[in-house]
Design a protein around this ligand. Structure first.
Ligand SMILES: CC(C)(COP(=O)(O)OP(=O)(O)OC[C@H]1O[C@@H](n2cnc3c(N)ncnc32)[C@H](O)[C@@H]1OP(=O)(O)O)[C@@H](O)C(=O)NCCC(=O)NCCS
Length: 402
């Protein structure tokens, strides 16, 4: 075979190499790859008149994927959301700080945010979103093996996941919290997927929930206008084979060197308990959120497109394979920048920042729930998700929905 190839005229050999590089031989001439050809033809007929970018077929994507960081046998099968019930419009800030509706909506894209009621709790909104997710997946809470709550504003520092699991009737589930700020939901999904991929668990519930308005400095116009309270949840299940894999690639990152740009610290207050014997204890409390807005903005516009490309590459996919871009809802300008860099039009960017503002770990599932409910996101759609925030932390997952 090799000898006959050597005897072939070099230009013929070159054509063969190009055809094989572009998967033309595989897609059109090899009988085993008919499904690739069908996929391409189906895409052509569905996009009548439009320029069709052939999507990477499953076999090629799998071949190009990075083992361990891709094609996890885990998929999201239901989603739910619940936000704070008090709606606060931009105009409400005009009496609090030196700002106005025009500045806020132009510089951030936010027009209102939902704030948790004093009679409600983080556990409450998390549980409500979880119940919706279970209903949308058609799964009984008793069949959930693991509940993860991604939050930075728990009702109890020992964790809220166990209480949420009890509240929804997930009586046999193990439960724990994850803290990775606004990246928490993506970290949570990837963590749950490890258990599902190995088959250790069959069904997991991942909840992203935050009530950061509890920790805002209402005199700081650079932060208080940005945040709202909300929760979202997905039910994930293990799949039989790679063909059904729902987490096609991921990338997680943290950088403590840049921690100071966004923090909510414990403020130490030393107090003497007794003189004999002398004992000094720390009786401090958590302070208010502090942020260097322009630095966080720069961090987001630099890292978000990069981490999505990394996750896509781990999945063996390209940005042209993405049906929907779903970013943490922090600032519309960050979304516009990522859309431009990745070449994914704004019409394909899922967003609800106008109504909810930045709900931290809740923002991605909150926007996803709305998009699924509105019928935008359909079974089989590829969604490039990215979260970013305090830590600093940033993460992306490439999800095949449903
Ligand atoms: C916070 C953010 C909206 C500020 O927008 P910006 O365009 O960067 O604005 P700057 O901070 O550079 O400030 C520009 C001016 O607007 C002022 N300003 C800031 N907030 C304002 C407000 N709410 N209303 C009116 N003016 C405001 C500043 O004081 C500054 O005034 P000066 O020029 O007189 O000093 C923006 O930096 C941002 O979105 N950063 C990322 C935040 C984020 O995503 N955080 C969460 C990550 S999870």
């Amino acid at each position: 075979m090799k000898a006959s190839l050597l005897k072939m005229p070099s230009f013929l050999l070159l054509i063969l190499v190009i055809m094989s590089e572009w998967n033309i031989i595989e897609a059109y001439f090899l009988p085993t790859k008919t499904s690739n050809r069908m996929q391409f033809l189906k895409a052509s007929t569905e996009n009548k008149g439009e320029v069709v970018v052939p999507k990477t077929d499953q076999a090629t994507a799998k071949k190009n994927a990075l083992p361990g960081k891709s094609w996890l046998r885990s998929r999201a099968i239901g989603v739910g959301a619940f936000a704070g019930q008090n709606i606060m419009k931009n105009s409400a800030f005009e009496t609090l700080v030196d700002t106005n509706d025009e500045w806020i909506s132009k510089r951030t894209g936010i027009r209102s945010r939902h704030v948790i009621e004093p009679t409600s709790s983080l556990r409450d909104i998390a549980a409500k979103s979880a119940i919706q997710a279970l209903e949308s997946a058609g799964v009984n809470a008793k069949d959930i093996d693991l509940v993860i709550v991604a939050t930075s504003s728990p009702d109890d520092l020992f964790g809220d996941a166990a209480s949420v699991a009890s509240a929804i009737g997930a009586s046999k589930a193990a439960a724990f919290d994850i803290t990775a700020a606004c990246s928490g939901f993506v970290f949570g999904m990837v963590t749950a997927s490890q258990f599902l991929h190995t088959g250790a668990y069959k069904k997991c519930l991942v909840i992203g929930a935050d009530a950061l308005t509890r920790f805002l400095d209402w005199n700081d116009r650079g932060t208080c206008i940005l945040f709202g309270d909300g929760a979202g949840a997905v039910v994930m299940e293990s799949t039989e084979s790679d063909a059904d894999a729902g987490i096609l690639g991921f990338a997680l990152h943290s950088d403590g060197e840049r921690y100071c740009n966004l923090q909510l610290r414990f403020k130490s207050e030393f107090g003497e308990l007794a003189n004999e014997p002398k004992s000094v204890v720390d009786r401090g409390n958590y302070g208010k959120m502090g942020m260097n807005g322009p630095e966080v903005y720069k961090f987001a516009v630099n890292e978000v497109p990069e981490v999505i490309n990394e996750a896509l590459s781990n999945a063996g996919l390209k940005s042209s394979d993405v049906d929907w871009l779903l970013l943490h809802q922090a600032n519309i300008r960050i979304m516009e920048h990522a859309s431009q860099v990745l070449g994914i039009p704004m019409s394909r960017v899922l967003r609800n920042i106008e109504e909810y503002g930045n709900t931290s770990a809740g923002s991605i599932p909150l926007a996803l729930a709305q998009a699924v409910k509105e019928g935008k996101v359909k079974k089989g759609d590829i969604i490039a998700v990215a979260g970013f925030g305090a830590g600093l932390s940033w993460a992306s997952a490439i999800i095949r929905w449903g």
